[in-house]
Ligand binder design. Structure first.
Ligand code: C2O
Ligand code: CU
Length: 663
């Protein structure tokens, strides 16, 4: 069973334990002893099952169970055992009593401890779903006090039983409405209430303690304040091309526009230059790319972020960190050398969950200087506008001509916030590059699905056969891209049936290609190691409490910055405790994948800038800190960013003059 499935099973068992304990309490209150006894037995069994699921889950990683092991199970175990000891013995003989004839004034048995076990089970679930990892003292105290308070309240409204352990000498005359009969009972209630309130108040107080603002990952802390600092505003790219290169000038104007796509549908979009996608930016290795960004009428403000391209930090386009967002009427000029070949893309980084979705994106492709280009080289960014999937600038199906024997390169780019599945039918192929970086000796494969994470890119190459080839997207055999060796078939309206690709296994990039040289590997000693546990939970996001997408229990901008020093080898462990997929993306650095769920890649070294961490998965990666700056490190499901899932990776000694909200 995958860890993701185990997490779901554990949630279900947790829910069942809430139901079983509460139902046992409720039936005991209703004086239905036999049913209550059965439910009590069920509750015990479910609780034991929970211990088992947690134990199995613990084998997948401490992150998945910490709050359950340290708080949840001990609390539920203690309260549950008490409930069994108090409620069990009296229920046992009572089960024979004719239920119908039970006098109404006969006190119910064990109701309070049974219901308290229900509250404890609920608290455990709420802590898991609402707070997660890491467990804090604040959460532990709040949960304990909530269970205590609920138990005390219950004791006030439920008639006290005769002769039970805890209340032995208290309540024979307590009324069903809980008016305290004896001073002693009142005293116990008050004392218990005071303890619960004190615990709760301490928990609330602790939650206001200022959190660490910086994580050092085991490396040294910030260097002394006398050390020289550099502002990101000064970390700009070179202003000239490399020798032999040329200057490529672009002007991109962000503007609202109504764009008519192939089907005739009109999309009210946010665009660069009125186009969807924005103008393709292309260059040859060594060129200087110079892009003037203007904003005509996008009130949110805009920037250009060069996704996957390791530009100097001042060119990175992160509003509030590397620049101010460009407001309507404003302008910003980006300059960087085309010193990485491959397939990339650009997009706005201001309110990106809205801006990118509405169309503020385009492609960036850099080719080697001396190479024999494929005769057919298609750049295919996929984007979804209100349910309409657009590949490049067309929806529906696109046809291309590729004579048999032609070398073909398809550059697949996922500009959406969810993964897409591609399948290439009709020819064997290779995935020659991932996220712009070439794979080492990628083998020919066929009949395999390609799952492309949000933000990710694959270059697929093949030699055109004498028969048509279809690129199928998300199983839609009518749409996608068709390549034909000649135009006869298309003209005649004849269409070769495209194979059903839905059952094809997914190509696992961690087992694709052959091992090759990498500057470091899993055995290398890292200078810093950061763990990011991704989850959902209640957290403050941009100053407001929210049901957030969290990193280590916190939301942007309260997640501690990751501090690194230039030259560090930095290791990441990314753990997904949630039921959502999180395409993890670091700006400014390619990340070498070291392992997934503990298994190292057996194929080509795999460099990625965006890797999908699916529910329950644990990924390890590492990178060299060779590009000073302040870099965003975030999930590329952009609505998740807006709900908190973003943090900064900061080089020691780098400061920013820009402040403010940014996503
Ligand atoms: Cu393509 Cu910060 O993102
Ligand atoms: Cu996410």
């Amino acid at each position: 069973m995958t860890t993701g499935q185990l997490i779901i099973v554990d949630h279900v068992v947790a829910l069942l334990s809430v139901a079983a304990w509460s139902a046992a309490g409720a039936t005991a209150a209703g004086r239905r002893a036999r049913l209550a006894l059965g439910l009590l037995a069920a509750a015990v069994l479910v609780t034991l099952a929970r211990v088992a699921t947690v134990a199995v889950l613990a084998g997948r990683g401490w992150w998945f169970v910490q709050e359950k092991v340290l708080l949840g199970l001990p609390m539920l175990g203690a309260v549950g055992l008490t409930a069994v000891l108090i409620a069990g013995p009296p229920l046992f003989p009572a089960r024979r009593a004719p239920e119908a004839g039970t006098p109404a004034n006969r006190p119910a048995t064990g109701v309070v401890p049974l219901l308290t076990a229900g509250y404890a089970a609920l608290a455990v679930l709420v802590v898991t779903l609402g707070a997660g990892y890491p467990l804090t003292w604040s959460t532990a105290l709040l949960a304990t006090s909530a269970v205590g308070a609920a138990s005390l309240l219950t004791a006030r409204v439920v008639p006290a039983p005769v002769g039970t352990v805890g209340d032995a000498d208290i309540a024979p005359t307590a009324t069903p409405h809980g008016a305290p009969g004896f001073p002693r009972r009142r005293f116990l209630g008050l004392a218990g209430g005071a303890v619960a309130a004190g615990t709760g108040a301490t928990g609330v107080g602790l939650s206001f303690l200022p959190a660490e603002s910086v994580a050092t990952g085991g490396g040294s802390g910030r260097s002394s304040s006398s050390a020289p600092t550099v502002s990101v505003a000064d970390l700009r790219g070179p202003a000239t091309p490399a020798p032999g290169g040329t200057r490529r000038r672009y002007v991109l104007t962000a503007q609202t526009a109504t764009v008519r796509i192939a089907s005739g549908r009109e999309i009210r979009a946010w665009t660069y230059n009125g186009r969807l996608p924005g103008p393709p930016i292309t260059a040859t290795l060594g060129d200087l790319i110079e892009v003037t960004l203007r904003n005509a009428d996008i009130d949110d403000g805009v920037t250009l972020h060069w996704h996957g391209y390791d530009v100097a930090c001042g060119e990175d386009g992160t509003p509030g960190v590397t620049q101010h967002a460009v407001a309507p009427g404003g302008e910003f000029v980006y300059r960087f050398r085309a010193d990485q070949v491959g397939t990339y893309w650009y997009h706005t980084h201001e309110a990106s969950h809205r801006g990118v979705r509405r169309g503020l994106y385009g492609t960036l492709v850099v080719t080697p200087r001396r190479h024999r280009p494929e005769r057919v080289d298609l750049t295919l960014p996929v984007h979804t506008f209100d349910g309409t999937v657009v590949i490049g600038d067309r929806d529906g199906r696109t046809e291309h001509l590729a004579p048999a024997g032609t070398a073909v390169r398809l550059r697949l780019i996922n500009t959406d916030s969810d993964a897409h599945r591609f399948a290439l039918a009709g020819t064997p192929f290779r995935v020659s590059a991932v996220d712009g970086r070439d794979l080492h000796q990628p083998g020919e494969t066929r009949d395999a699905g390609l799952r492309l994470p949000a933000g990710g890119r694959y270059d697929v190459v093949f030699t055109m056969p004498e028969t048509p080839v279809a690129l199928v997207l998300d199983g839609d055999r009518a749409g996608g891209v068709r390549l034909r060796p000649d135009d006869r078939a298309g003209a005649a309206g004849e269409d070769t049936t495209v194979a059903d690709t839905s059952g094809w296994p997914e190509l696992d990039l961690l087992r694709y290609g052959t091992p090759g040289a990498a500057p470091f590997d899993a055995g290398s000693r890292a200078d810093r190691h950061f763990t990011m546990v991704l989850d959902r939970g209640v957290a403050v996001v941009d100053g407001r409490p929210a049901y957030a997408h969290t990193v280590n229990g916190r939301g942007h901008p309260s997640i501690p910055d990751q501090l690194v020093a230039e030259g560090d080898l930095v290791r990441f462990t990314v753990v997904n405790r949630s039921l959502d997929t999180h395409p993890w993306h670091l700006h400014g650095h390619p990340v070498l994948i070291l392992s997934r769920n503990g298994t190292p890649p057996s194929g080509s070294p795999l460099w990625m800038d965006t890797f999908d961490v699916r529910p329950g998965e644990v990924w390890e990666g590492a990178f060299e800190a060779t590009n000073p700056g302040i870099w965003m490190n975030h999930c590329h499901n952009l609505p998740h960013v807006q709900r908190g899932m973003m943090l900064r990776l900061r080089y020691d000694g780098v400061t920013t003059p820009f402040h403010g909200r940014h996503s």
